[in-house]
Design a protein around this ligand. Sequence first.
Ligand code: BEZ
Length: 407
Amino acid sequence: MTDTTRARPSRRRFLAGAAATGAIASTGFVPTRFAIGGQAPVKVGILLPYSGTYASLGEAITNGMKMRIEQAGGTLGGRPVEYIAIDSEASPPQAPRHTKKLVIKDQVDFLVGPVHSGVALAMAQVVAGRDKPIMIIPNAGANALTRGQCARNIFRASFSNWQTCYPCGQVMADDGHKTVVTMTWKYAAGNEIMAAGTELFKEFGGAVIKDIRVPFPDVEFQAHLSEIAALKPDAVLAFFSGGGAIKFVKDYAAAGLKDSIPLYGPGFLTEGLTEGQGAAAEGIKTTLHYARTLDTPVNRMFLEAYKKAYNKEADVFAVQGFDTGSLLLQAIDATEGDTGADASPAMIEALSAAEVPDSPRGPWRMSEAHNPIMDIYLRQVEGGVNKILGVASRDLEDPATGCKLDT
Ligand code: BEZ
C-alpha cells in the first residue's frame, strides 16, 4: 500500500479519539464492528476440508496460515484474531450454505478457502463483488476465478490450475514421448490441469490417445490401469492429490506400469507424499511452484519453524497457507487494523499490488487478475524426495482470459 494510505488517520484511531473526547456518548454512536481501542477480534472465516481425501491439505493450509500470523505477533492490524472454521468436506453442494453462514451470519472480515475447485466456484457465487469479506483462496485453482469470473474482492495465494501443469507438455515432448493417456478425477481441477498439461504436448506434435476420468473422490483405479496397460501409450499424465495421490502412485507401480510407461503430472502427485508412496514414486517427473527441497534460506527457515510448531513436515499446501497469512497481514496493515466495509477499497488496493518476497516457494507477486505470478519448477523423485531439476517456466502468469475487474 502507498504511504498516503498508511498516513491516513485510521477509523480505529478516530474512534479511540472520539471516545476520549466523549463524542460517542454525546452523539449516541455505538461502533458495532469496532471496539474502542481496536480490540475487537478480526474474524477470519475458514472453509477447508478437514475430512476425506483432502483433509491433510486443509490441515496444512490452516497450520501454515496460523504460523505466519503467529510469527507476526499473533494479531492482525494489532487486533486479536478469531478463526471460525468449517469443514468443507470438499463438497461443492454444501459450499453455498457454509459460505452464507460465514459471510452473512458470522460476518467474517476475511474468508479463507477452499481446496477444491468446485467448492471455490460455489463460494465465489456468494462472495463476488461484496465489500466484505475479502476472500483469499489458499489452494483451489479453478481457472475461471482469475479469468472470466474474476472479482475485485477475490484473490488467490496459490495457483491457477493451468499454471501447475502448462510446462508438463514440453517436459513430456522433450523426453521424446509421442502419445499420452491422461487420468484424473472428473471435476474442474482435473479437467483443467490435464488440458494445460497437454496443450504444449499437442503443439509439439504429440497425441492424446485417451482421457480417463474417475469420479471424485473415488480411488478405485485398477480397471483403468489395466486399460492403460492395453493402450500402451508412451507416457501417462495424471492429477490426484492428498490420500488419492498416495493410492494412485502405489497402484500404478503395483500394476507393473511404473517401469514401462513413465508417469508425469503436476507436483501434487508427489509433493509431501513420497514417504507414503515409497519406491513407487521414484522417477516421477512433475512441475509445481514449490518443492520441499528448494535450497534457500527462507525455505529452510520455514521448514524448520513448521516442524517445530507442528512436529510435521511442511508441504506445498502449508506454503500456500503461510502466504495466505502474508496477504492477510498486508491487507490489514494498509488500513492499520480497520476492517469496516469502507476500509475494503484500501485493502483491495494493497492486495492487488501485493508482493510476497519472503515466500518459501520463492518471491512472487499478484497479477492484475489477482493470481500469483511465479516460477514453476521441474522436479523428479529421487531417493525419496522431489529433487529440483530446474525452473520449467520462469515468472509464469496465467493468461487471465476474460477477466474484467470493476476497480
Ligand atoms: C483443486 O481442486 O483446485 C485442487 C485440489 C487439490 C490440489 C490442487 C488443486
